[in-house]
Each structure stands twice: as structure tokens, then as C-alpha cells.
Design a protein around this ligand. Structure first.
Ligand code: AMP
Ligand code: FE
Ligand code: FE
Ligand code: ZN
Length: 284
């Protein structure tokens, strides 16, 4: 049976390969009833996704995946049900985007210094005004023939700790959760086992996150089982998502391969009642 809700995916508004409307078409084809679009540090793709969802009968939950740092390590925070047009949120994202552009230039300089230059103007152009990320650079490294595939680009140059990795704007978990809450949303810690960042769960909860992403394409069954127990012990929301980036990683899209069954979605939906989205969709 297909999953009911996939609460984590990316579009061309950040580092996914498909336009927001195309992502929603894929969701429909995968049998999903609910999709949260969670582009990195932006909500720019949300209006297009909602419009497509209205046409196709897929409920699109406004979302984002904000970057923050805990003890110097990057942690991702999912924001759900937030007003995607909120001024403070947009300002936060605009600042982050500028910092990402500077960072992309620095990554480009480092790659050139390591003898694997890529045309950064082209990379920026291909990001098409959206949020520039390492996946765009990885794709360019593949196209330039410097690496055999997307993963090798990360393993040799771009992954954390590798020579051409550059940090992003140093936002704290508190700031990040505050931005989400003030835009009327709820915060959920993304993929705790990616990294892994499990040790940072208490810091995220302390900052005001109310849930954790229990099921995710990078987490195995044992890890998810452990996160599920933790969430139940602490009364946290349990979310799930594929984290599909389309085909940018050189694989088939995985939209809808991870997600929540309807019963689990209803619990999340209940918690969303008090968000901006909940208020705007249940007006009697
Ligand atoms: P950025 O937003 O520039 O930090 O890029 C983050 C994205 O890069 C993530 O969403 C992943 O898609 C990808 N990524 C990060 N680290 C790795 C890694 N070690 N291997 C493969 N992909 C990665
Ligand atoms: Fe990404
Ligand atoms: Fe992430
Ligand atoms: Zn993601």
C-alpha cells in the first residue's frame, strides 16, 4: 500500500531537480495524499506546489528545511505549517541565500586550487535563482569529468571534513526554531541518524522542536525503531520523509518510498491544527 504522507522533499527552489509542480505530479503518481515541500532554507517553491496540489488533489503542506549549527555541527530543522510569506522567515532565508552564494564562490575557488575546476557561473545559473547547494556543484564535477559520479564528488571533495567543504551561515538552533515558530509553524528535527546527529536531539528539543523525523531514506530499520521509542517516551511527534531530490543525485526519484501511513499522519495533522496552515485550512 502506498504511503499517505511524504513530509520531506526538495524541488528546484533548492537542490532538487524537479520544479515544485513536477514534484507534486510525482507525489500523485506515487499515490500520496499529502506532501510537504521542504526546500533547504527557502519556501519559494511552496505557492507553485500548493497550486499544483489543488489541481491534482494532493494536500500540500507548506514546509522548509532550515540549516543550523549545534556544537559546530550542521543540523537540519524541518518547519511545517508555517506562513511561507512571513516577512521574518523571508528575511532569514534571503540572508542565508546570500551567504550560500559567497560560500559557493569559495567552494569554486577551492576546487580550482585542487585541480578540479568547475564553471561556477554555470552552476549558479543552473541553480536558477534558487538556493545554491553542494549537489549543484557535485553535478558540475560529474559533468566536467572530474569524478565518476555524484557520490564520488562528495567523498573526494565536498563532504564534511573534505578539502572543498565550506560551512554555511552560523545560525543557532534557537534562532532557527524561533524563525519557524514566529512564522506560525512547528519545528521537527530532520534525519537524526544522518551524520549522525542523534546526540544533538536534546539541544533541538531544548530549542523548541516538537518532533523528530523517525523514518527517512538514510535511516535503517533499527535506527528508526530506536527513534520511535525515543519519540514515544518523550511524547514527540513522529514524522517521515523520503528527502527526495529528484534525479540530481544520479538515481531514480524516491518520492513516496518513505512516509507516514494515514493513521500516523492524522497525529501530525492534529498537531498542525495550531499552526498558521491549520488555522488557514480549517476555517469552518
Ligand atoms: P548543502 O545544502 O550545500 O550543504 O548540501 C546539502 C546536500 O548535499 C544534502 O541535502 C545532501 O543531498 C547532499 N549531501 C551532503 N553530504 C553528503 C554526502 N556525504 N554524500 C552525499 N550527499 C551529501
Ligand atoms: Fe539537499
Ligand atoms: Fe537534510
Ligand atoms: Zn532534505
Amino acid at each position: 500500500m502506498p504511503y499517505y504522507a511524504d513530509l520531506h522533499c526538495h524541488s528546484t527552489a533548492s537542490d532538487g531537480s524537479d520544479a515544485p509542480a513536477r514534484v507534486v505530479e510525482r507525489a500523485k503518481a506515487a499515490g500520496l495524499k499529502v506532501l510537504a515541500l521542504t526546500d533547504h532554507d527557502t519556501t519559494a517553491g511552496v505557492p507553485e506546489a500548493i497550486a499544483a496540489g489543488n489541481n491534482l488533489g494532493v494536500k500540500v503542506l507548506p514546509g522548509t528545511e532550515l540549516t543550523c549549527y549545534v556544537e559546530g555541527k550542521e543540523v537540519h530543522v524541518l518547519g511545517y505549517g508555517l506562513d511561507y510569506d512571513n516577512d521574518q522567515l523571508k528575511e532569514h532565508c534571503a540572508r542565508f541565500q546570500e551567504a550560500r552564494l559567497r560560500r559557493a564562490r569559495e567552494i569554486g575557488e577551492r576546487l580550482a586550487a585542487h585541480g578540479v575546476p568547475v564553471d561556477m557561473d554555470k552552476v549558479m545559473a543552473e541553480a536558477d535563482g534558487g538556493v545554491v547547494g553542494r549537489p549543484h556543484v557535485a553535478r558540475a564535477l560529474v559533468e566536467a569529468g572530474h569524478v565518476k559520479d555524484f557520490q564520488e564528488a562528495f567523498d573526494l571533495y565536498l563532504a564534511e571534513g573534505k578539502p572543498c567543504a565550506v560551512g554555511k551561515m552560523p545560525v543557532t538552533a534557537q534562532e532557527c526554531v524561533k524563525v519557524i515558530k514566529e512564522a506560525g509553524g512547528i519545528a521537527v528535527m530532520a534525519h537524526p541518524y544522518l551524520g549522525p546527529r542523534v546526540k544533538m536531539i536534546p539541544a533541538l528539543l531544548q530549542a523548541g522542536a516538537v518532533g523528530i523525523e523517525v523514518w527517512h531514506s538514510a535511516q535503517d530499520e533499527a535506527q528508526s525503531a530506536e527513534l520511535q521509542v525515543l519519540a514515544e517516551e518523550r511524547g514527540l511527534l513522529k514524522t517521515a520523509g523520503s528527502d527526495c531530490h529528484g534525479t540530481i543525485k544520479g538515481c531514480e526519484p524516491i518520492l513516496g518510498k518513505w512516509g507516514l501511513q494515514e493513521q500516523q499522519w492524522r497525529k501530525v495533522e492534529k498537531a498542525l491544527e495550531k499552526t498558521w496552515w491549520g488555522a488557514s485550512t480549517t476555517d469552518g
